[in-house]
Design a protein around this ligand. Structure first.
Ligand SMILES: Nc1nc2c(ncn2[C@@H]2O[C@H](COP(=O)(O)OP(=O)(O)OP(=O)(O)O)[C@@H](O)[C@H]2O)c(=O)[nH]1
Ligand SMILES: [Mg+2]
Length: 372
């Protein structure tokens, strides 16, 4: 994929940081091994209903894309089906929006049956309104569909019905898997010697690396966005206190995750409800880490998990300080007033022992009784 990235700032998103948005889009493109050839930005208070960009800008985009032989244009926002189709006609190359891109990364990564079904569900739900859009187009082509039904409309109807059937079938299958997982969890919950920890955080923060480091196990790690889509679980045995700490990895968060995907992945995140402790993993070397923390907190709030005991795990400190000795001067309380924090380097193993001790401390405390 040879791409041009486009970022538009409209009146609606006054506070949008275009540079940050483009950097994130670059990360997403890299995650599908795309090559970025150019970037285009525009300030436009009200997007053009037909093409999102203004006429002049579309022409400019066409000239650039022809000049550098791009085959895909990717927008950092959501486009309507009509805008996508008009732009594709004018530019003569593929046009994707952010949701399309994220969906394609997720479908590449999904491995378990549950993850695959969740991604398929999200993709179909994203597609559905576009089929309606196509139907609209077909109708207008045959003169408003005043007389007999046009072929375009029939194809549209069949497609919609097929998608809807598939959606309801997937939902049933997912419900079944959800029930099975719940049963497994209930049997685990009955064991008072098990302490459950969940790793959450922005994509690429180092959650899977940390899970491996703590449990010496091989979860899939990659310097790509959304490396993990399947929740993995592993144990640490603290035999001296008679406790097993069960650690679960989760799917990484990303800002403005398409609603379809968030809904589809809520089921995996539901398991967080049963966590006794949340480790919020943060890439401290990322210049945008505070924004990312805020976003993860928003999601935790949406899931009603913000009152759970949470430790902020400031990871990748090796990219910020030259050696472990500098950790001694660090003041971990500066990151949050109400949450405990710890600075670590998963890769170098810095402060990992301290993290073990912290886990042990939490695991030995009596569990909070659930409110009935
Ligand atoms: N320098 C450095 N790199 C790290 C550290 N921890 C993890 N990484 C790297 O960061 C990248 C992302 O790590 P992952 O463990 O896959 O991140 P994740 O949070 O599981 O990401 P998703 O599954 O996409 O949500 C990998 O290239 C890791 O090797 C660290 O302490 N220091
Ligand atoms: Mg991961």
């Amino acid at each position: 994929m040879r791409c041009i990235l486009v970022s538009v700032k409209t009146k609606k998103d006054k506070n949008k940081d275009v540079k940050y948005s483009l950097t994130e889009l670059e990360g997403l493109v890299e995650a599908v091994n795309g090559k970025i050839l150019g970037k285009l930005t525009q300030r436009k208070d009200i997007p053009e209903p037909s093409t999102f960009l203004g006429k002049g800008k579309v022409q400019e985009l066409k000239e650039i894309s022809e000049g550098i032989k791009a085959d895909t244009v990717i927008f950092d926002t959501e486009l309507t089906p009509v805008q996508i189709s008009n732009l594709e006609k004018i530019l003569g190359i593929d046009v994707l929006d952010r949701t399309d891109l994220i969906l394609s990364i997720f479908s590449k990564r999904a491995r378990t049956k549950q993850a695959k079904l969740q991604v398929e569900l999200a993709t179909l739900e994203h597609e559905l309104p576009r089929v309606y859009g196509q139907k609209g187009k077909a109708l207008s082509r045959i003169g408003g569909g005043m007389q007999t039904k046009g072929a375009g409309e029939k194809i549209g109807e069949i497609k919609i019905r097929t998608i809807k059937n598939r959606i309801s079938k997937i939902k049933k299958e997912l419900d079944k898997i959800k029930k099975q997982r719940k049963q497994q969890r209930t049997s685990r919950n009955k064991n008072p010697d098990i302490f459950k920890v969940s790793l959450v955080g922005y994509t690429n923060a180092g959650k899977s690396t940390l899970l491996n480091r703590l449990t010496k196990r091989d979860a899939f790690i990659s310097d790509q966005l959304f490396a993990t889509l399947d929740t993995k679980t592993s144990f640490i045995n603290f035999s001296d206190i008679g406790k097993k700490v069960l650690i679960t990895d989760t799917v990484g968060f990303v800002k403005d995750l398409p609603k379809e995907l968030l809904d589809a992945f809520m089921a995996t995140l539901e398991e967080l409800e049963e966590a006794d402790l949340i480790l919020h993993v943060i890439d401290i070397s990322d210049e945008n880490w505070t924004k990312k923390v805020e976003y993860v907190n928003e999601i935790l709030e949406k899931l009603n998990l913000h009152h759970k005991p949470t430790v902020l795990v400031m990871n990748k400190i090796d990219k910020v300080i030259p050696s472990e000795e500098f950790l001694e001067d660090s003041d971990e309380t500066m990151f949050s007033r109400d949450k405990e924090s710890i600075i670590i380097s998963t890769q170098k193993g810095w402060n990992i022992d301290k993290l073990y001790q912290l886990l042990k401390k939490y695991a030995s405390q009596p569990k909070e009784q659930p409110v009935l």
